[in-house]
Ligand binder design. Structure first.
Ligand code: HSE
Length: 430
């Protein structure tokens, strides 16, 4: 039995700074819960906040990451630098030398999780990543441990706070994407380079991690279909509201049995009465449907320094509590083989289409013929505006194969009477 668990922290940015604060400020309680002292003994950072928001004992801060990775005294390495460059190298080095590794890095786990878990297993150490999905919400432990006896059939929700903040703002203020993004950047909700969030990467990494655990499978990130929110307009949000929906970036995983698993992230019109429609600002929420639990929703802060740090530090405590049992968190995702992901063309959804068309007789008939030929059944058709010889058409379909819908759009765009299919948004939750 060790008389102390020593922690080395790499990165002292938003999340790393929070982790240092929780480990130092709450040390007494963490140690009492773990049953063993937990000491943050080394920190390395490229970006030094001056002055630090908390005092550090002499010798804790180091400019050399080797003081953590090659330090035989250190039991647990916590990585808070993000990305898959240096972070991947540090993860491989730490685990290979028999150190536990804790990370909130979703890209690292989504892309290299199976490899890193295999090293952890071989070395009898833990790789913990609770904070990699939905920040402070305990969804990974929830799925891995608390729902381990259930069979999860569906998992869907809001996994990215930045896009939820932007869509929420667009919805409340009637603004378009670009000004809402600019405002989110000014207030620190969106990064200067917002691609990872607004183009859907971040939510897709998180879906890949959750689905791996929920469906006991190893998925390839490349197989996930993801779209961001750049194409969502104030016009579509207004139409959605009239139809009783709100638009959210929803990540969806559905077990279709032998057909495979549906994994997709895209803007979705969801009924205003659904609890996910009321997830506001930068919050996250995950719905899980299982054979025994029925439906459960996990809700809370999906980002932010202290909520994320709380989850990271929780993993450190967990490791300390279980340090006498080698590899106490069996890496469920490496115990199961690869699983087929349903190609997006085979996924069935209802669709909202908005078209700009010429305002003349017979247009609707031509569009309806294309839909009929491709087996696309229309549920609702509206023509809200007609001005200067141009009209807007809104079509809502019954559930149809994505492949048929895309072919219908190609054919509609080729009609001389169609100016453009302006938007396609999937309607409804899985
Ligand atoms: N940038 C993410 C979000 C948090 O907006 O939810 C970290 O994954």
């Amino acid at each position: 039995m060790k008389d102390c668990i020593k922690v080395g922290l790499i990165g002292l940015g938003t999340v790393g700074g929070g982790v240092a604060r929780v480990l130092l400020e709450n040390e007494k309680n963490l140690c009492a819960r773990a049953g063993v002292p937990i000491r943050l003994v080394k920190i390395t950072t490229l970006v030094m906040k001056n002055p630090l928001p908390f005092p550090l004992a002499e010798g804790v801060l180091t400019s050399d990451v080797a003081d953590i990775l090659d330090n035989p005294e250190i039991d647990v390495v916590v990585e808070c630098i993000g990305g898959v460059g240096a972070a991947l190298d540090f993860a491989r080095r730490a685990l290979s030398s028999g150190k536990h590794f804790v990370t909130p890095n979703k890209e690292l786990i989504a892309k290299y999780g199976p490899e890193l878990l295999a090293i952890a297993k071989a070395k009898g150490v833990n790789l913990c990543y609770e904070a990699s999905v939905a920040g402070g919400i305990p969804i990974i432990h929830g799925l891995k441990n608390n729902l381990a006896a259930d069979n999860v059939r569906k998992i869907f929700g809001i996994l990215n706070g930045t896009t939820n903040y932007i869509l929420d703002k667009m919805s409340r203020e009637g603004s378009d994407f670009a000004p809402a993004l600019e405002q989110a950047q000014k207030l620190g909700y969106a990064e200067a380079n917002p691609t990872s969030d607004v183009d859907g990467y971040d939510a897709a990494y998180k879906l890949s991690i959750l689905a791996g655990i929920a469906f006991n499978s190893a998925f390839r990130f490349e197989d996930i279909h993801f779209e961001g929110i750049r194409s969502v307009s104030a016009t579509d949000i207004a139409f959605a509201r009239r139809l009783g929906y709100t638009i959210k970036l929803i990540a969806t995983g559905v077990d279709r049995g032998e057909g495979g698993v549906e994994l997709r992230v895209h803007p979705t019109m969801i009924p205003v009465a659904h609890p996910l429609a009321n997830v506001a600002g930068a919050f996250n929420a995950v719905f899980v449907e299982g054979d025994y639990i029925g439906q459960a929703m996990f809700y809370g802060p999906g980002a932010g320094s202290l909520p994320t740090a709380s989850a990271v530090a929780g993993d450190v405590v967990d490791i300390a509590m279980n340090h006498e049992v080698p590899h106490s968190h069996p890496s469920m995702t490496t115990n199961f083989g690869p699983r087929k992901v349903v190609p997006m063309a085979e996924v069935q959804c209802e669709y909202y289409l908005r078209l700009s068309v010429k305002d003349q007789p017979g247009v609707l008939a031509k569009i309806a013929t294309i839909c009929g030929d491709l087996g696309v059944s229309l549920k609702n058709v509206e023509q809200p505006e007609a001005e200067g010889g141009e009209a807007e058409l809104i079509l809502i379909t019954h559930a149809v194969r994505e492949g048929s819908m895309q072919e219908a759009i190609t054919r509609m765009n080729a009609l001389p009477v169609v100016i453009k299919v302006e938007s396609l948004i999937r309607v409804g939750l899985a």
